[in-house]
Design a protein around this ligand. Structure first.
Ligand code: GLU
Length: 263
């Protein structure tokens, strides 16, 4: 991938990754991403983070080992967990002299013209100030991403909002495979495809874990949304060392979903 004109980047991290499969917020992983973001900011990039993990962290704090079915319990867990989530982000980012800011958004906020304009203006101002916005869904008032997506859709809508050049979806898988690698030994990693190609949706299927509601399907659909404003999407493992800085140096990691006219 040619990263020469890639300036504005949205990085999305899912619940399993942020909480090390529900074991509690993974300070080491968040610290590693923060360090890479500090490097990217120094080289003139603008970075926004969309982070899940509030429900998973809330479940941990409450001692719940099984994800509840009841939506208000999930929303309560998110409210509890969001406190821990932003605490860890703030302290990890501070270690690299980065400032972060909490933004809680809903898809409906972005569909409303006035709220959309306000969210955009706030994010643009934060980016100008050199601050990394840490965005999550406002789970108290809506349930979209709780039911389906684990913030994949929100990350794509944020990419549209601020006209990002690149959406990086970090996950606990190596990227998009031709079949589910957890169940099919013949599955192979797809390194490049066109965002919005309908065959990708069939390939991605369902699949999520105890701690999150996202699977590959919502990631493929997120790429389809992000490309509407010209953004490419990369789905890659968040456990890969220096994944962000290596991707931005042009290294091929994971699955690259590009606009039709780009390679
Ligand atoms: N916004 C939610 C969170 O941060 C979505 C993830 C989920 O449904 O587990 O926890």
């Amino acid at each position: 991938m040619n990263t020469k004109h890639t300036k504005r980047i949205v990085v999305k991290v899912g619940s399993s990754l942020v909480t090390n499969n529900g074991e509690g917020l993974d300070h080491a992983a968040i610290g590693m991403w923060a360090e890479q973001m500090a490097t990217l900011l120094k080289s003139g990039h603008e970075v926004l983070m969309v982070s899940s993990g509030a429900i998973a962290e809330g479940m941990q704090r409450l001692g719940w080992t099984k994800r509840p079915q009841e939506i208000h319990q999930l929303q309560a867990a998110a409210a509890i967990g969001q406190m821990g989530l932003v605490q860890v982000y703030e302290s990890c980012f501070a270690r690299f002299n980065l400032r972060s800011a909490q933004i809680l958004l809903t898809n409906a906020d972005l569909a409303n013209a006035e709220r959309n304009a306000n969210a955009k203006a706030t994010l643009e101002t934060l980016l100008k100030l050199g601050v990394v916005p840490i965005i999550n869904e406002n789970d108290t008032v809506v349930t979209d991403e709780i039911k389906f997506g684990d913030n994949d859709t929100l990350a794509a809508l944020v990419s549209n909002l601020i006209e990002a050049d690149l959406l990086v979806i970090l996950t606990d898988q190596g990227g998009l495979y031709t079949a589910d690698p957890r169940h099919d030994d013949g599955a192979c990693l797809l390194s490049h495809a066109i965002a919005g190609d309908p065959t990708l949706e069939k390939m991605a299927g369902g699949a999520a874990s105890e701690f999150s509601k996202g699977g590959m399907l919502t990631k493929v659909l997120a790429a389809k949304i992000a490309v509407q404003t010209g953004a490419s999407t990369i789905i890659a493992s968040g456990r890969e060392p220096d994944v962000l800085t290596r991707l931005l140096a042009g290294e091929k990691i994971g699955t690259y979903l590009s606009p039709a006219n780009k390679n």
